[in-house]
Ligand binder design. Structure first.
Ligand code: MYR
Length: 131
């Protein structure tokens, strides 16, 4: 189960990914140490995600397979949805400003929540521990 609170522990290639997203160096440096904490609460097909970081606090609700809007901390707007593929959550989002795809997945691996990101050929991961 994904339910519970997760604190980011480490990143893999996240700065390169943010660079590919067009985020400037100052913001990348800040975002690499954003102390992101997400709390996931799944009930059937519905999720409530509480996101807390150095930048902001927000609640997101979505239903698997149903499109919703999400804005990144820098204001970039995405639209897309999450689906379950086996025991993995897969999110397919589109940037509203340029139409390009951002693909993300969440999976529990050895008790950690591994979130992958792909944008325009660059892959990254953020790995969260319970807490
Ligand atoms: C959620 O489930 O947490 C809400 C929806 C998330 C949508 C996709 C998240 C992509 C985040 C990319 C961060 C990029 C920073 C440049």
């Amino acid at each position: 189960t994904f339910n519970g609170s997760w604190k980011v522990d480490r990143n893999d290639n996240y700065e390169k990914f943010m660079e590919q997203m067009g985020i400037n160096m100052v913001k990348r440096k800040l975002a690499a140490h954003d102390n992101l904490k997400i709390t996931l609460e799944q009930t059937g097909d519905k999720f409530i995600v509480k996101e807390v970081s150095a930048f902001r606090t927000l609640d997101i609700t979505f239903t698997l397979g149903v499109n919703f809007e999400y804005s990144l901390a820098d204001g970039t707007e995405l639209s897309g949805s999450w689906v379950m593929e086996g025991d993995m959550l897969k999110g397919t989002f589109t940037r509203k400003d340029n139409g390009k795809a951002l693909i993300t997945t969440r999976k529990i691996v050895d008790g950690e929540l591994v979130q992958t990101y792909n944008y325009e050929g660059v892959d990254a991961k953020r790995i969260f521990k319970r807490g």
